[in-house]
Design a protein around this ligand. Structure first.
Ligand code: PLP
Length: 409
């Protein structure tokens, strides 16, 4: 037990019952639930100070702009960025990765350059690079996984040569839970002058992250996976890398001057935030990181580790359940993919739902990884601060019901 069991009371949706059963929400890797403090921060903002930002000469707009920029500072301090201008708000991790791939890669990749990704990337850190490679003549290459579901670091080091311009890696796999050692990868990337892009969509919500020691050039993450609202995420970049990046979207807010045929860009980070930004969402994002900091990210990580160890131990005792991911809790986070014999994960998830247990089933936007695992799909349980061992017990009990229904075991 980690001592965070009281946090569940902060999440209104988890007080519901569905079909007469409490909600055992085990799908936070897809999107997390929101605490009252985040809901109230957004509601208060709309009621007290809402107006569009950066444009108005009137009090409400000035106040709204101050709240938006304060949110940027808050998110920047959460990852220990040395200056808020290193953080651009984006629609989420996906749009931030598209900005990096198109805005940096589209400008700097040349025919023959290689973009080195891994076999466990979410489509968000794969498809944009495919698009940019097709445009620039760069080639994609992939670091394989070991048989115990870790990143093969020896293979990574062998593949790194002077042709590698970008290394792109997930900070935590959304399927396997694997957490690759980013500082070591950063050091290896640096020796060949490659830029390191870290997809922090799963990492940042669950582990303390300090961009000053991480070693990455770019880090992206989404608010909705870390107790905040949908529609906003963050891109952190080293100042020199942000300078090298072209805007990906044009329009209002991102310009310094516009002529009929040409335009010049606003200062960083505003040049990367075309159009009216997600203002109330930024306020909610700041409230979410306030909540996480109050709990303490070390505590969040320890709570995940406790639930993961407990779940792995219980799942290992269920016949015909296969877990995909490192057995060692130190090498992984609280995302557990599994299958039960040849039961389709969608059927399994449906039975679990009838028992009040919400898990995801499918390819988890990681189709190449599914092929590597030789499965069409998996079921996936994922934990966050509001989960307790009772949720894990409910999962295990529901799997028992499923195995009886499907005649497994
Ligand atoms: C590892 C990883 N990267 C990127 C994303 C994309 O995040 P978003 O849909 O918030 O843009 C996800 C979402 O599941 C993810 O798990």
């Amino acid at each position: 037990m980690s001592g965070l069991e009281h946090l569940r009371a902060d999440f209104p949706v988890l007080q519901r019952e569905i079909g007469g059963k409490p909600v055992h929400f085990l799908d936070s890797a897809a999107s997390s639930q929101k605490p009252t403090s985040v809901l109230e921060a957004m509601d208060d903002f709309y009621r007290c100070c809402y107006a569009n930002v950066h444009r108005g000469a009137y009090a409400l707009s000035v106040e709204s702009t101050e709240r938006y920029e304060a949110a940027r500072s808050r998110v920047a301090s959460f990852i220990n960025a040395s200056d808020p201008t290193q953080v651009a708000f984006a629609r989420g991790a996906t749009s931030a990765l598209n900005l990096i791939a198109h805005g940096w890669g589209g400008e700097h990749l040349r025919p023959g350059d290689r973009v080195l990704l891994t076999e466990m990337e979410h489509h968000a850190n794969l498809v944009p690079w495919q698009m940019v490679a097709a445009r620039t003549g760069a080639r994609l290459d992939f670091v394989p996984l070991t048989d115990d579901y870790r990143l093969d670091l020896e293979a990574l080091e062998q593949k790194l040569d002077d042709d590698v311009a970008v290394v792109g890696v997930t900070g935590m796999s959304n399927v396997l839970g694997t957490i690759p050692p980013i500082p070591r990868i950063a050091e290896a990337a640096r020796t060949v002058g490659a830029l390191l892009v870290v997809d922090g969509a799963q990492l940042v919500p669950h582990q303390p992250v300090d961009v000053q020691t991480l070693g990455a050039d770019f880090l992206v993450f989404s608010a909705h996976k870390m107790l905040g609202p949908t529609g906003i995420g963050a891109l952190w970049g080293r100042p020199e890398r942000l300078e090298e990046m072209e805007p990906y979207e044009g329009g209002g807010e991102m310009i310094a001057d516009v002529q009929l045929h040409t335009s010049t860009w606003a200062a960083i980070p505003h040049r990367f935030e075309a159009g009216t930004p997600p203002i109330a969402e930024a306020v909610g994002f700041a409230a979410a990181v306030d909540y996480l900091d109050k709990v303490g990210m070390d505590q969040v990580a320890a709570h995940d580790a406790d639930l993961t160890a407990y779940a792995l131990q219980l799942l290992a005792e269920i016949p015909h359940v296969t877990v995909y991911g490192p057995a060692d809790v130190d090498a992984r986070g609280g995302v557990i993919s599994f299958t039960m014999a040849d039961v389709h994960p969608h059927d399994l998830a449906t039975i679990l739902d009838q028992q009040g247990v919400s898990v995801r089933a499918g390819h988890h936007c990681a189709k190449p990884l599914m092929r590597r695992l030789c499965v069409p799909a998996t079921a996936r349980a994922s934990f966050y601060v509001y989960n307790t061992r009772t949720d894990v017990d409910a999962l295990v009990e529901a799997l028992g019901v499923a195995s009886r229904i499907f005649g497994v075991g």
